[in-house]
Write a protein that binds this ligand. Structure first.
Ligand code: SAH
Ligand code: SF4
Ligand code: F3S
Length: 472
């Protein structure tokens, strides 16, 4: 395994990128009316986090961020490759930009992220989307200033996609959405190679950030008024495996909990095969760690789990859940499910429903299997029709909707502590915040409550939402 030093992008290289940022800033400061950038992000929190770095670098280079694509001088799509429909959406959006580019020839258009790490995608953009100026992959993120500066100064197209096991770049500027909650990456990449999943191919091998950098980020966020931190990684339970220092994820959680001002700590994602007794005990003991766990099961049948390369069985998964519930009664549990994995029969799918009924998750995130070229499952054969898969998918939702509603109804009439995050997305007259379990509650109140913990009585519990009123 590479040493930690080799897996870090050299500080001199980061300094060089910062010098380039200053150079671009100088050019932009002399441009009349300034320059505006629009960023659209697809996919998981890892991409959201990368977009925060892109945003930080753009601001450093003198751009202001706009939410209106039409007025932008620079447009960037940060893409996801996990399912085909995510990719199709990006192609649709890129096609639509052709018109805007004709109207505004100085517009610079970039695409980055996981999709770009696939050779076929890169080539498609090179040949069929000639209005795209910049393509860069996940391993080139830290070089974004250099890439953009080439296009700003010389024009032309830049393609920067490298295949790599991945490295970590620290000390790049980051611009986060304001608010009391923030995400902090603790590791990148994945070593698990679940047979359906593209992530290890587009994100590289697992690599953990050194604890000093993570704690510095958390302390800085706390100083800015952040109260809730979600630690992020594709498989946080492997945190530290690649570090020289003897540290694991439970140790890291404890350290994050000692930061003054941080009152809630969450994390995702945990792989069921790696969740340790030590982690469960740490979660149970430490009051700042929210009693909420996302534990993707994917499927309930042992044969299917084996072909998925998940490395646990239905029984061993349920045993972990039993332990978790015993140590933390009332914990909020969520999961990911794939329906229609190649070779899964409807009878095998029944085992997934059984897991749902036994665990009684608060919410599930469910997906119909999507073939990802280059992954082992892409070569496996289906045994049921797309229609039957869809029927199974609908049954899954039916079973879960009843459970989700019952779980939410348990909260009706109860008073819960909510961290107010901002205005409600659906109704401007309401505020929204989350419970310790991560459930969103909408309630009426003064804007001064934003960023504050409030006691809220749940007055109406539905399958998908909770409404409440502030109590003293
Ligand atoms: N690292 C996380 C999540 C990765 S991607 C984990 O291990 O759980 C998020 C979810 O997308 C996965 O949990 C899985 O349910 C789903 N997913 C991944 N690849 C998929 C595919 N090819 N088709 C359908 N869903 C997929
Ligand atoms: Fe994909 Fe599996 Fe890694 Fe999650 S653990 S990112 S599902 S390969
Ligand atoms: Fe998608 Fe890449 Fe995340 S493929 S799910 S954005 S790691």
């Amino acid at each position: 395994m590479n040493s930690v030093k080799e897996r870090m992008i050299a500080p001199e290289e980061i300094r060089r990128q910062k010098e380039i940022m200053a150079y671009v800033r100088d050019i932009i400061s002399r441009t009349e009316g300034g320059r505006k950038a629009f960023i659209e992000t697809y996919g998981c929190q890892q991409n959201v986090s990368d977009s925060e770095t892109i945003s930080g670098m753009l601001c450093d280079m003198g751009y202001t961020i706009t939410k209106d694509k039409q007025e932008a001088d620079f447009i960037i799509y940060n893409t996801c490759a996990v399912r085909e429909n995510a990719e199709l959406k990006v192609y649709g959006n890129l096609g639509a930009l052709k018109h805007l580019k004709t109207k505004k020839p100085n517009l610079i258009i970039a695409v980055c992220g996981c999709m770009m790490q696939q050779e076929s995608v890169k080539e498609q953009i090179r040949k069929k989307y000639k209005h795209i100026d910049i393509v860069f992959g996940t391993h080139s993120l830290y070089r974004f200033p250099e890439i953009l500066s080439k296009v700003v100064t010389d024009g032309g197209r830049v393609f920067d996609v490298v295949s790599s096991d991945g490295a970590i770049a620290e000390d790049l500027p980051v611009k986060r959405e304001e608010g009391p909650c923030a995400w902090v990456s603790v590791m990148y990449g994945c070593n698990n190679f679940c047979s359906y999943c593209i992530v290890p191919y587009v994100r590289g091998r697992e690599r953990s950030r050194r604890k000093e950098y993570i704690l510095d980020d958390v302390k800085e966020l706390a100083l800015k008024g952040c109260k809730e931190i979600t630690l992020l990684g594709q498989n946080v339970n492997s945190y530290g495996n690649d570090l020289e220092e003897d540290i694991d994820f439970a140790d890291l959680l404890e350290m994050v909990c000692t930061v003054d001002g941080i009152e809630r700590v969450r994390f995702m994602t945990s792989h069921p095969k790696d969740i340790s007794d030590k982690l469960i005990d740490t979660m149970a003991r430490e009051s700042k760690i929210c009693k909420q766990l996302h534990l993707p099961v994917q499927a309930g049948n042992d044969r299917v789990l084996k072909t998925m390369n998940r490395k646990y069985t239905k029984a061993s998964y349920l045993e972990k859940i039993r332990k978790i519930k015993e140590k933390m009664p009332g914990i909020t549990l969520t999961t990911d499910i794939i329906v229609g994995f190649p070779g899964e029969t409807t009878e095998e799918f029944e085992d997934t429903l059984e897991v749902l009924r036994e665990v009684r998750y608060d919410t599930i995130f469910s997906f119909i299997y999507s073939r990802r070229p280059g992954t082992p499952a892409a070569k496996m054969e289906d045994v049921i029709s797309p229609e039957e898969k869809k029927k199974n998918f609908d049954r899954l939702l039916e079973v879960q909707d009843v459970i989700s509603k019952e779980k939410n109804l348990e909260l009706q009439g109860k008073v819960v502590t909510v961290l107010t995050e901002g205005k409600s997305k659906n109704n401007d007259l309401f505020l929204a915040g989350r419970t310790e379990g991560g459930k969103t509650v909408n309630f009426q109140g003064d804007d001064s409550l934003i960023g504050q913990f409030v006691q809220v009585e749940i007055t109406e519990a539905k399958t998908w939402s909770l409404t409440g009123r502030v109590v003293d």
